[in-house]
Design a protein around this ligand. Structure first.
Ligand code: HEM
Length: 411
């Protein structure tokens, strides 16, 4: 894993000034990038500019469900430029993982781990997820104020990702700590201390993953690491690629799913009638997952690069141009969802939200995320019917990730 050089940091600072200037000129995407607490009103401003428009910051931007869906499924767009080069700075191994690769490398790497991510595997884990949640709640006095993120949500996701890798218990605390710190990369850096902290966590997560690889070399088992190592031995992928995929799963697995749960509980508590509905019928938990994914998604931006000139919704997009999909905007497109700004867990059938993306990069961990979030909503509704906010939630200040650092609650 590598982290930004001082040149990259300087470039970042210059970009921030430019983005600020463009936001002052009224550019909706620039306003979203400035980490505003509520991106949705800027998505609406973007919608007023048509299904797709060119931001003053540079990329094309779409908040339109149909346009976004078409782009994500269009083979003329990729995640890198047509020559295979990145058009973004590399921060963590995630940037070299298959999330950021086009076919054929994407296909080769994704195929290696797909068997581990079927819905059946995670359905079978429901009793384990439930007992992990119960153990977390048993360990705290829920009548007193506690942080839902630190006490319940993050420990659950860390454990489920460690399960996939079979991380030894002795390394659990180190693994969890490094995943959480590395996940902060999405927020950028505002101090040298933050930068140093990230650098240390990235290096240490890498070291833990390399040790794990060595361990499995001697004693393989039924886990993602052993599967990737077998592929490495057969010449299917390099050791760096093995570490890259493991890094991707570590960060992608813990961060977004924790935020899905936090955002969902926040939406429920801010809409008490919806919380009452769930308490009366916990089988609505999967609907809470779907509605949270649509209404307040943990990831707000998906990026693509045109590999050839393409016409999209009447606009000419040139080869090499970047398109940003505003997930939160597409999920609140009134043409796709009636009364889109309403949080309604009884909404029923409608098009899938774009929160897990679509097409060849459709989130591999969607079944795991769905199962874990569903069980969390179920268990909270059953065990803590008096759950309420016990202080203002502390938001993460990132434009791509939307979630809570801390969420004080009590029951
Ligand atoms: C609510 C939780 C999650 C959300 C919102 C989410 C969102 C996404 C999105 C939007 C993409 C595709 C980005 C693109 O099209 O460029 C993606 C890809 C991916 N996600 Fe997730 N994710 C979540 C949870 C997970 C979990 C739990 C794991 C695994 C432990 C995971 C692993 C991956 C992987 C490996 C990819 C790359 C797929 C590919 O490029 O083919 N995600 N995720």
């Amino acid at each position: 894993m590598t982290i930004p050089t001082s040149d990259q940091l300087q470039e970042q600072a210059m970009t921030a000034t430019f983005v600020w200037q463009m936001s002052e000129l009224g550019d909706p995407y620039a306003k979203i990038l400035l980490r505003q607490l509520n991106p949705y009103r800027f998505c609406e401003q973007a919608r007023e500019l048509g299904p797709i428009h060119r931001s003053k910051v540079g990329p094309w931007v779409t908040p339109d469900h149909a346009t976004a869906l078409a782009i994500l499924r269009d083979k003329r767009f990729g995640v890198r430029r047509a020559d295979g080069e990145r058009d973004y700075a590399r921060f963590t191994s995630m940037d070299d993982s298959f999330l950021k690769l086009d076919p054929p490398d994407h296909t080769r790497l994704r195929r290696m781990v797909t068997p581990f991510f079927g819905a059946r595997r995670f359905n079978a884990q429901r009793p384990r997820i439930e007992s992990l949640l119960n153990a977390s709640l048993d360990a705290i006095d829920t009548t007193q104020r506690f942080d839902l993120m630190a006490a319940v949500v993050r420990p659950l996701m860390n454990t489920l990702v460690r399960d996939l890798f079979r991380v030894p218990q002795a390394q659990a605390e180190r693994f969890d700590r490094n995943c959480t710190t590395t996940g902060r990369v999405f927020e950028g850096f505002t101090s040298v201390e933050q930068f140093d902290e990230l650098e240390t966590a990235v290096a240490d997560l890498s070291a833990v993953l390399r040790d794990l690889v060595e361990l499995r070399r001697e004693a393989p088992g039924d886990d993602v690491v052993s599967e990737l190592l077998a592929a490495h031995r057969d010449g299917g992928l390099s050791l760096d690629e093995v570490i890259g995929v493991l890094g991707l799963l570590s960060i992608a697995g813990t961060e977004s799913t924790s935020h899905l749960m936090g955002n969902g509980v926040l939406a429920l508590l801010e809409h008490p009638e919806q919380w009452e509905l769930l308490k009366a019928d916990p089988d609505l938990a999967p609907a809470v997952v779907d509605e949270t994914l649509r209404y307040d998604p943990p990831n707000q931006l998906i990026s693509r690069v045109a590999h050839v000139d393409v016409e999209v919704a009447g606009q000419h997009i040139e080869a090499g141009d970047t398109v940003i999909i505003l997930t939160g905007g597409a999920n609140r497109d009134p043409l796709a969802y009636p009364d889109p700004n309403r949080f309604d867990i009884t909404r029923g059938a409608g098009p899938d939200s774009l929160t897990f993306s679509t097409g060849i990069h459709f989130c591999l961990g969607a079944a795991l995320a769905r199962t874990a979030a569903e069980m969390t909503f179920r268990v909270l509704a059953r065990r803590l019917p008096g759950l309420h906010k016990a202080g203002p939630p502390r938001r993460r200040m990132a434009s791509s990730i939307r979630g809570l650092h801390a969420f004080p609650v009590a029951a």
